[in-house]
Design a protein around this ligand. Structure first.
Ligand code: ZN
Ligand code: ZN
Length: 147
């Protein structure tokens, strides 16, 4: 049943990426990589931020995984595809909806509003230390209920 394994690998990668990005956001971006991530906690001076390099890094990594496994469509291909899909979800929810890099996406969806509320809590702190809410897609139930 390779198809089931592939679907599982894909879904697992997407969920693992959310956990992984919570981890690197908390311990690397607000740690030794703060010099790049800082740009995302300040008022944007231009459309691109140094922080975008992280997205570029994951795009290159996922393309590499898919490209090198393009002939047998093994687990590396589906991990790469999962990273790509997570990147797209992250871009749409974080950059497009929450930060409004393009002013074209509005929604009253309760889940999306809870995600935005949680991420605004993260951005309340402009500094490196004492941050909160490092994840993006998993939101606390009370944020969903207090709408
Ligand atoms: Zn941050
Ligand atoms: Zn943000």
């Amino acid at each position: 049943m390779p198809i089931l394994i592939n679907v599982f690998t894909l879904l697992f990668t997407i969920i693992a990426m959310e956990c992984f990005s919570w981890f690197i956001h908390k311990y690397l971006f607000h740690g030794m990589l703060w010099f790049l991530h800082k740009s995302h906690h300040q008022k944007a001076k231009s459309f691109f931020e140094w922080n975008d390099l992280f997205a570029l890094f994951f795009a290159v990594l996922s393309l590499y995984l898919m490209f090198t496994d393009r002939e047998n469509f093994g687990y590396r291909f589906f991990i790469g595809l999962g990273i790509t899909l997570y990147g797209l979800i992250y871009f749409v929810v974080h950059d497009w909806f929450v930060h409004r890099r393009f002013k074209t996406f509005k929604s009253n969806n309760a889940y999306l509003r809870a995600v935005r509320k949680a991420h605004k809590i993260h951005h309340k702190n402009r500094g490196k230390d004492n941050g909160r809410a490092f994840g993006l897609l998993f939101v606390r139930k009370n944020l969903l209920e207090n709408q």
